[in-house]
Structures are given as structure tokens and as C-alpha cells.
Design a binder for this molecule. Structure first.
Ligand SMILES: [Zn+2]
Length: 302
């Protein structure tokens, strides 16, 4: 009798538990209870579903609207609650193009500068969107009902979002990738979202606004939080080792560039000659040159 009751209870508990990640599909990774990271292809932008008891929070909406629909279907399997908030780790299209799939009713949050960045970006222009839609029938379907959703809330420097039992702390990351990058920290769960300040065996795209010293300060700040799970903007979730590895890469890059500058080498010569051991198999080799440019700016104090 006792066993029967136990089995029955176990069945009830099992049925009421959220769907495990494998039921959502192989592209979903469960990193904590109620936190699922999605990317269809390695190194495409991550979209993360966070389930508090009082609704759903999304961090980024996926590489393209096609991914946003996959994420929406997964949310429907997990809960009947609506998506209440979307937090942009950055305002680029591979993180924000699919917001219209969830908003309304979702409220979109980004750092100050997000809306201006999106409005100025060629990537969100009708011509570029038409080009993306014409890639396939599937993509055209995924863009049905598209409209550009810019953040309803733009915070400055820091913000706390309390929803149900969860707290999400938003921190501005200055000059790490875009005009408006946000790290997100869940202190109880010890889960950290780094935005594109770090990658996993992947060179970041260092536009002229990127500052390596500022990025290193951002990494230091994030390491001090002592995270257990680290979710980069692109790449597989892991541990604080992701932060350590990137810190050591930047140290080697800065040392290498500083040494060559002191030998009187030009930027072009440095680009041709500098090699950082251990990065041979990293993704985005064509971006190594702009990483060197960022280090050169830092060494020159610009
Ligand atoms: Zn980006």
C-alpha cells in the first residue's frame, strides 16, 4: 500500500514538473531548474528561457525569428504563463529581431542606447529584412507579422528586476561589444549572462568602440560575482572558466601587441606576425585582425 502511494505521488510530481530539456529538443540545454538555453547551431546567438512562478523572462530572442518561434513553442510546452519580460543582452539583430513574436505582451528591457542603436542599424532596414525573408519559404513564414520592437524600458548602469521568486540584476557592460551591452546576474541561482563580452573558443567582433581594458574590468566585475553557471551571448554555457579563459586570452593579446609596438613594429606588421598559441581552432579567425586593432588602440592609449 505504502509503495503504491509512493508511486502515485512520484507520478504526480513527475507530471507537474516542467518538461526536461530533452523533450524540448536537442538544441535546448537545461542549466538550472527552470532555466533553458537555446541555440540551433553552435555559436549562434543564445536565447534563454527563465521560468519564475509568475510568468516567463527571456534573455534575447534568438538568432532569427525562425528561432524565436522555436523558443515560443518550447515555452508553450513548459508553462501556460505569458512572456512578461525580454532582456536584451545587446541590441543587434541576432539577439533582438524576433522580439515581435513575444511582444506584446512582453515588455522589452535594454540598456540606454539600445533604441538609438537599433534605429541607426542597417540590419533592421526594410531592405535587409526583405533579403533575410527571401532566404527561404520557412524564413518568410517566420517573419509573418514582423515589426521592429525597440526597448520599452532603457535602464542606466544598474537595474533589478524582481519577478516571483527570482531576482535578476542587470549590469551595464561598457564598450565590450555594442552600444548597449548588459550582463544579467541571478544571485540565488548563481547564473550569469555575460552578453558578448566573452566567447567560448571564439573571437569577438571588435568594432572601433570596443575597449579591451573596459572589457577586462567587466570580466573582473563578473568574476567577483562568483557564478556557478556562465551563459555567454554566443556559445555553449559553462562555468567561470569561460571568464578565466577570455581574461588570459586578452592578457596574451595585450602582451604580444605591447611587445611588438616596443620593437617599433607597425599595426600591419603586427597583424601579419602575431600569433596567440591556443587560439588556432577558435571560430571567427577573420576577426582576429580587429582584436589586434583593439589591443593596439589600448596600448597606444587611444
Ligand atoms: Zn552583436
Amino acid at each position: 500500500m505504502k509503495t503504491k502511494l509512493a508511486l502515485c505521488l512520484a507520478a504526480i510530481i513527475y507530471l507537474s514538473a516542467p518538461a526536461p530539456a530533452q523533450e524540448l529538443g536537442p538544441a535546448f540545454k537545461k542549466v538550472k531548474d527552470g532555466i533553458f538555453v537555446y541555440a540551433a547551431v553552435l555559436n549562434e546567438a543564445n536565447s534563454t528561457i527563465i521560468l519564475p512562478q509568475e510568468g516567463v523572462v527571456l534573455v534575447d530572442t534568438g538568432q532569427s525569428p525562425r528561432d524565436s518561434h522555436v523558443v515560443m513553442a518550447a515555452i508553450k510546452k513548459l508553462t501556460s504563463q505569458p512572456v512578461r519580460f525580454i532582456i536584451h543582452s545587446e541590441p543587434h539583430p541576432d539577439h533582438a529581431m524576433g522580439d515581435f513574436v513575444f511582444s506584446p505582451p512582453a515588455i522589452v528591457i535594454g540598456h540606454a542606447g539600445s533604441t538609438a542603436s537599433m534605429k541607426a542599424s542597417e540590419s533592421f532596414s526594410p531592405a535587409r529584412i526583405e533579403k533575410q525573408m527571401s532566404a527561404s519559404r520557412e524564413m518568410r513564414d517566420a517573419f509573418q507579422g514582423f515589426r521592429l520592437v525597440t526597448p520599452h524600458i532603457e535602464y542606466r548602469d544598474r537595474m533589478s528586476l524582481n519577478i516571483g521568486e527570482r531576482t535578476l540584476e542587470l549590469y551595464y557592460l561598457k564598450n565590450v561589444h555594442s552600444e548597449a551591452d548588459t550582463a544579467i546576474w541571478l544571485p540565488k541561482e548563481r547564473v550569469l549572462f555575460t552578453a558578448a563580452s566573452v566567447g567560448v573558443k571564439r573571437f569577438g567582433n571588435h568594432r572601433p568602440l570596443v575597449s579591451i581594458p573596459d572589457t577586462l574590468s567587466g570580466i573582473k566585475m563578473m568574476k567577483a560575482l562568483n557564478p556557478e553557471v556562465v551563459i555567454p551571448g554566443h556559445g555553449n554555457p559553462g562555468t567561470a572558466k569561460i571568464l578565466d579563459d577570455m581574461e588570459s586570452y586578452y592578457a596574451k593579446l595585450m602582451d604580444g601587441v605591447r611587445q611588438m609596438v616596443s620593437q617599433g613594429k607597425s599595426l600591419d606588421e603586427i597583424k601579419k606576425q602575431l600569433k596567440i598559441p591556443g587560439t588556432e581552432d577558435w571560430e571567427g579567425q577573420d576577426r582576429f585582425a580587429n582584436n589586434i586593432e583593439a589591443a593596439y588602440r589600448a596600448v597606444a592609449g587611444k
